[in-house]
Design a protein around this ligand. Structure first.
Ligand code: NAI
Length: 289
């Protein structure tokens, strides 16, 4: 943690960072890592259950206390990212406390798993609201504030392997996370002229969200602390003007997700109109990367 009067330069010295869902798990690790690099932190967390029910002010306060006890600067915030009112209040709280904003990490999330045929509208809406709509709302009010400040800043979103590849039982969650991928791409394009980079991470870590999955039993090499440095990188000047990337982190492994557009095949005859039978015959060539 960068202490007052500490001469060592932090990668995020003086930056104001909002981290959503930072009361536990991966968000808490981000908040502590950002504070160690000298950022002033807005620790946001609604404090509900893994499924998103209820609210509790203590998780955000505990993390903000932890940062302050170590000599860092932090405030806690309990707004829900899933409403326009909450997102607006969150960014206003940051500006009221620190006079400006620089960095946003959209990390808050819930799970309501159910297989596709059994998924109902309420499970769908709740998960889309926190992940996809929450990322849109917080990013928009945050980016408008950056533009009002004269531009410059960084947003890091949180997608998932489930969103990039799909996963059994997660129709709502994978749709939300794939939506965050598309939103990241479009924001990265549109906000470039305001010198705002927008990237995403796809983490794998043992947290309350995942601790009961078989792959995490007896495993202590896939921690939230493995994830945070990738987000510090994407939020710091080390990232340069890189934007629109998805950096995946699973313990010691760092990799990237990319959408592949194949060269494809051109139909030379019939005015370029393919026959369905020809598509069947050329399938392997069409999808070859
Ligand atoms: P977690 O459940 O420990 O943390 C999520 C936090 O978000 C909680 O503290 C929760 O109170 C907060 N939150 C939920 N709804 C909120 C709302 N409306 N407003 C503000 N805060 C809210 O889970 P974890 O694992 O730390 O997840 C962090 C992010 O990483 C999530 O977006 C999750 O989908 C994503 N992720 C996690 C993976 C993993 O392996 N743990 C895998 C892929 C993605």
């Amino acid at each position: 943690m960068a202490l007052d009067g500490d001469l060592a330069m932090g990668l995020l010295d003086g930056k104001v960072a909002i981290i959503t869902g930072a009361g536990g798990g991966i968000g808490r690790a981000h908040a502590l890592a950002f504070a160690r690099e000298g950022a002033k932190i807005v620790v946001n967390d609604l404090g509900g259950s893994r499924e998103g029910s209820g609210s509790d002010a203590s998780p955000a306060k505990k993390v903000a206390d932890e940062i302050r006890a170590a000599g860092g600067t932090a405030i806690e915030n309990h707004d829900s990212v899933a409403t326009a009112e909450g997102a607006g209040s969150l960014v206003s709280a940051a500006v009221a406390a620190f006079g400006r904003v620089d960095l946003l990490v959209n990390n808050a999330g819930i799970l309501r798993d159910k297989s596709f045929l059994k998924m109902d509208e309420a499970l769908w809406d709740a998960v889309i609201a926190v992940h996809l709509k929450g990322t849109f709302l917080c990013s928009q009010v945050f980016a408008r504030q950056l533009v009002a400040q004269g531009g410059g800043g960084r947003i890091v979103n949180t997608t998932s392997v489930s969103g990039m590849l799909g996963n059994f039982g997660q129709a709502n969650y994978s749709a939300a996370k794939a939506g965050i991928y598309g939103l990241t791409r479009t924001m990265s394009i549109e906000l470039q002229k305001h010198r705002i980079t927008v990237n995403a991470i796809a983490p794998i870590a043992k947290t309350r969200m995942t601790e009961d999955l078989p792959m995490f039993q007896g495993v202590d090499t896939l921690t939230a602390e493995h994830i945070a440095p990738a987000v510090v990188f994407l939020a710091s000047d080390l990232c340069g003007d890189r934007t629109g990337y998805v950096l995946a982190v699973a313990g010691a492994r760092l990799y990237a997700f990319k959408v592949v557009e194949t060269p494809g095949r051109f139909k030379e005859t019939d005015n370029g109109v393919w026959k369905p039978q020809e598509i069947a015959e050329s399938w392997d060539a069409i999808i070859k990367a």
